[in-house]
Design a protein around this ligand. Structure first.
Ligand SMILES: [Zn+2]
Length: 154
């Protein structure tokens, strides 16, 4: 039986080639925008679902948004040793599209967030993009990508 102390399994992990090809939408929110009806998309689309136009231009979306809905995943996950839950949220980006993303630096309810500690996330919480470890590639190195954390004052 699987237990969280076992080493990382090399199953269902991306190959280095696949990880390389998907790098564009992982570190930044590289999406695209319809040239005819100006709708933004993330991830990129080939055809606009509204006007069926094929003229879409690549655009980098702003790394900020608001939480629409937040939840916790308590499924034991291969490769996430020592973590009993992962906070997730649907984030509505400032530019329009929504992304399903993992949250970091948030209070998951397992430990109390003191002053300067993790923040409790509710609907409407402003969040910003950060680059964090996602998982391990089939060849060993870690794959990094976007996650969101409560927005900090600038
Ligand atoms: Zn369109």
């Amino acid at each position: 039986m699987w237990s969280p102390t076992e080493p990382v399994y090399r199953i269902a992990t991306p190959t280095p080639a696949k990880a390389w090809r998907s790098r564009d939408g992982r570190y930044r929110l590289v999406g695209n925008r319809c040239e005819d009806c100006v709708l933004p998309f993330f991830p990129k689309r080939r055809v606009c679902p509204q006007c069926h136009s094929r003229s879409l231009t690549e655009t980098v979306l702003a790394p900020y948004g608001r939480v629409v809905s937040a939840a916790e995943d308590r499924t034991p996950l291969i490769g996430h040793v020592g973590r009993d839950s992962r906070p997730f949220a649907i984030v509505a980006l400032e530019d329009g599209p929504c992304v399903l993303t993992e949250l970091v630096d948030v209070d998951t309810g397992t430990d109390a967030g003191g002053e300067g500690g993790p923040t409790t996330v509710t609907e409407g919480t402003e969040v910003e993009l950060v680059v964090r470890k996602w998982r391990r590639e089939a060849s060993g190195p870690y794959q990094y990508g976007y996650k969101f954390r409560p927005r900090r004052a600038r």
